[in-house]
Design a protein around this ligand. Structure first.
Ligand code: GDP
Ligand code: MG
Length: 302
């Protein structure tokens, strides 16, 4: 095939964002692709599935994979979440390993084997530097990361404030292999709208409910209907593990579920850029987080 001159210097590839829970992977994903694709919450383990974002420039296409935080799995759902991480690394051309400067970046010392044995380029992103004063306090952390000998570059940044994100972007693009774009340049993700709708509801669950409850909920979009002359109709089922969790989600006189429905609908409408009718239902699916067939039904790979 004759080479396209315009594509001669084009780069295209996958970047996996990996690191411990809560270090800011999803926030960085959104900052890199400049879209709010990945859900973010102050609580660990908000991200359960791989989320894909695409950023296209004049001479590159970078496909970013946001992943769940690396942890020692205690039940089947967490094992499936860790599978997501190793699958993303298997696909990736570059591993972007995030550490949290605010926690002293101890993650560097216990990087899992999947990261250590990653056969291609690794870049470390030392995130949340906005929380560090004075800046000199970053130096020992940068040195500790450097001493691991695992990283091509170590970039301090704040995904939240946008500081250092451009520098990271350049470093990542430089390391993408040469090749034509995999996706149309105006495409920003490959996951369907219903995935993001379920994720936005989960985000509100993490923001509105305390303790264990959001961890025990899986959201399934049972119906997503476009209706001519009317708002889209979305029915979401919230699966919980116990009756007591169902009671908490519904709340006194249905107040909690109403408020969850309102805030979720407003987030979904701004994501889809059109009005929707959102119907939330709660069902009990005992021990779904530990049950292979429930996890399969929810689309997790064991
Ligand atoms: P993930 O679990 O690694 O995906 O982390 P999230 O992106 O969900 O972020 C976890 C928490 O850290 C959220 O409350 C974010 O707002 C916060 N966060 C992420 N990046 C930064 C940052 O650069 N600075 C500060 N101060 N907070 C951040
Ligand atoms: Mg996340």
């Amino acid at each position: 095939m004759e080479e396209q001159p315009a594509l001669g210097s084009f780069r295209c590839g996958y970047v996996a964002l990996v690191g411990e829970p809560n270090v800011g992977k999803s926030t960085l994903m959104n900052a890199l692709v400049r879209e709010r694709l990945a859900i973010v919450s102050p609580k660990p383990q908000t991200t359960r599935r791989r989320t894909l974002g695409i950023l296209s420039g004049d001479d590159y296409q970078m496909i970013v994979l946001d992943t769940p935080g690396i942890l020692q799995p205690k039940y089947l759902l967490q094992r499936a979440m860790m599978r997501t991480v190793s699958d993303a690394l298997a696909e990736a051309d570059v591993a972007c390993v995030l550490c949290d400067a605010a926690s002293g970046a101890p993650e560097a010392a216990r990087l899992p084997d999947a990261v250590r044995s990653f056969p291609r380029r690794r870049i470390a992103a030392l995130n949340k530097v906005d929380l560090i004063r004075p800046k000199e306090r970053l130096l020992p952390m940068m040195e500790a990361l450097d001493a691991t000998g695992l990283f091509d570059e170590i970039i301090p940044l704040s995904a939240l404030a946008g500081e250092g994100v451009e520098r990271l972007l350049d470093a990542l693009i430089q390391r993408l292999p040469a090749g034509p774009p995999f996706y149309p340049v105006d495409q920003i993700t490959e996951q369907p709208e219903r995935f993001f709708v379920a994720e936005l509801i989960r985000e509100q669950l993490f923001l509105q409910f305390a303790e264990e409850v959001p961890y025990a909920v899986e959201v399934e979009i049972a119906e997503f209907k476009e209706r001519p002359g009317a708002k889209d109709y979305i029915e979401a089922i919230l699966f919980v593990e116990h009756d007591s969790q169902k009671a908490i989600l519904i709340g006194k006189g249905g107040a909690a579920i109403r408020s969850l429905g309102e805030s979720s609908r407003s987030e979904i409408e701004s994501f889809l850029d059109r009005p929707v009718y959102l119907d939330l239902r709660v069902k009990v699916s005992p021990k779904w987080r530990r049950d292979e067939s429930s996890l399969r039904r929810f689309g997790y790979r064991g």
